[in-house]
Design a protein around this ligand. Structure first.
Ligand code: DC
Length: 223
């Protein structure tokens, strides 16, 4: 066992339920929740603000050095000391994050930070490559999947709650676009680790998902 508990890695495609599940499981266990997608999004926000479309590799190289990305005590994402939780939810930032996450230098910096934050254990990390690359020795690995139509509907509801309307067709397109890029990129593509447990959330409630992962975590702690 690590000093603060086990490492739980939750990977899966866009809007498969990773964030909600990871957050609630972490709260029940008293663990730290690290949303690694938010880290890529925070970097995308920095690029968007300072370099526009993000296609200039020299500028990206400079920005990687400037970017200080981390979390506050409540799990909010910080970019150079400022909470940017709200700004990173913008769809264009999500697409840019997916694009920038194909860059080896960007990934190296994020992975280094993620290992630093999680090494002591007592942590739930969610992302695309946690079980395969960041912590291949994580004690529990979950791979969440869900039907693309359902994922688009869930995203639509999330945006509606924030007072933003985006059509279902547009959301489905964005989800499929990001899935394709995340799965097909050369470095650390989205894939299920050989020892990950796959959970399909198409027809399950959040409570059921959380309970399942919580029980699996308890099982690992008893070992
Ligand atoms: O989980 P998310 O949708 O907030 O992530 C935004 C983008 O960041 C996603 O399209 C791909 C990238 N990402 C990644 O490459 N590796 C991770 N561990 C997490 C996210």
């Amino acid at each position: 066992m690590r000093p603060k508990g086990i490492i739980i890695a939750i990977d899966g495609p866009t809007a498969s339920g990773k964030s909600t599940t990871a957050k609630q499981v972490a709260a029940r266990l008293g663990y730290l929740h690290i949303n690694t997608g938010a880290m890529y999004r925070a970097f995308a926000l920095l690029v968007h603000r300072s370099a526009g479309d993000g296609h200039d590799p020299v500028r990206i190289h400079e920005l990687i050095d400037e970017a200080e990305i981390g979390f506050d005590g409540n799990g909010n994402i910080l970019l150079n000391g400022t909470d940017v939780s709200r700004e990173i939810l913008e769809p264009e930032i999500a697409l840019l994050a997916s694009e920038l996450s194909t860059n080896a230098e960007v990934r190296a910096k994020m992975v280094e930070k993620q290992r630093e934050l999680g090494a002591a254990g007592g942590v739930v990390l969610e992302g695309r490559d946690i079980g395969t690359v960041v912590f291949p020795d994580a004690e529990l690995k979950i791979f969440l999947v869900a039907d693309a139509g359902i994922r688009a509907e869930r995203r639509e509801q999330e945006f509606e709650r924030m007072g933003t309307h985006i059509s279902l067709d547009e959301l489905r397109w964005q989800i499929e676009e990001r899935d394709k890029r995340d799965r097909e990129r050369t470095i650390s593509p989205l894939r299920k680790a050989a020892d990950a447990i796959e959970l399909d959330t198409t027809n399950t409630t959040i409570d059921e998902q959380v309970q399942r992962v919580y029980e699996l975590a308890q099982g690992k702690m008893e070992v």
